[in-house]
Design a protein. Sequence first.
Length: 476
Amino acid sequence: MQNNLKFYINGEWIDPAVPAVIDVINPATEQPFTQISAGSAVDIDRAVVAARAAFNSFSQWSVKERLDLLERIRSIYKTRFEDIAQAISNEMGAPIDMSRSSQTVIGMGHIKNAITILKDFEFETIESGMILRHEAIGVCGLITPWNWPMNQVASKVMPALAVGCTMVLKPSEESPIDSMILAEVLHEAGVPPGVFNLVNGYGPVVGEAMSNHSDIDMMSFTGSTRGGIAVAKASADTVKRVGQELGGKSANIILDDIDIATAVADGIDYCMDNTGQSCNAPTRMLVPNHQLDIAIEAARVAANKIEIDDPAKSGNHLGPVVNKVQFDKIQGLIQVGIDEGATLVAGGTGRPDHLSTGYYVKPTVFAHVNNNMTIAREEIFGPVIAILGYEDEEEAIAIANDTDFGLAGYISSGDMGHATAVARRIRAGQIAINYKGGNSGTPFGGYKQSGNGREKGRWGLLEFLEVKAITGIETD
């Protein structure tokens, strides 16, 4: 790829206004594998000017024209599939098989979903003597994280394109290369100049310039709760819409009507996926007190079976966490868990014995955790899980809801009616029963400090639309 040090603005790869570079680190080697440019407010302004100029025309495209564009994007994405998978593996450490089967393929899922929803979406209806229209909101600023890079980019870009918005994307500086390949895909597919723009850089510079910009109509942010607060504050003066998908500390209530050992083992594997770097990971495992010994042993066995290895290798294993900052944070929180008196069941501080280089974290399980401990309150964002005991179902529900977050929840049960009844009482945006999660058509977003708004499916399109009522019309 020859454009790593350029930005994609107004249909062209251009140099930054002020030269400055950021090393993109491979977390398995701890060494840079490429560099990108760090953007500035000047670069954002150029991108926004291009997006604003393109909006009037692109927003008036017919549904068929936008469907044809999305179909071309889908076709070309397939030809770049392996390039994207390799990029994700290099930049954030996803094992290559997982990068292909989950990280990269999910981008195709969001393209397909946007096509499917757009085909039947009614942009204009007549109700109660008025015309109700859904119209593209305008120029959108998109800020995405590093942990599921293509998932988060595609779940914003594709619905925005589907409804006729123009946009400026700032991918994470930790995992920018897959997004730059996507820009090449969009260019080849014939996305008009100015409709999609990409500027790399740091959040406090580029992200703040986007949030402050008076000609951006909406900010869509996925990342930490702290980052979301900063975007919302910076956006307030221009009263733009802000959609946020933020942190989580999801509870997994294992009910007393299921095989505890199996449910615990499945929960360990589910939580550790992507090296625990998922905002909706079930990091608080709640089990009945009288089954605690069984749960602890099952968790110990399951965690110790998990392999850690080089992400370049094929196979079913976990890779490193994304960078040194994250590695150090996780190590610190593991030590805090020990210091606060939780029982270390598996893992612990330090790298796995067979790996001396790379930001590798041991799959770690704590037991005898109470919900006031730091490891039960803070989002660790690594392969660390806490087991909490509960006396009865009411206490389990209270513990699950006793959190600042509300992104997801999990119920493990042998009785679907029972599981559904408990799920209805968990204050979170998405509840998975027996680890059966959603897909690219399932609304995704949270309660409380996990954010607002919903992405994916029909809700993903609605996120980028305004509602207009036209009254005084004559109807039969």
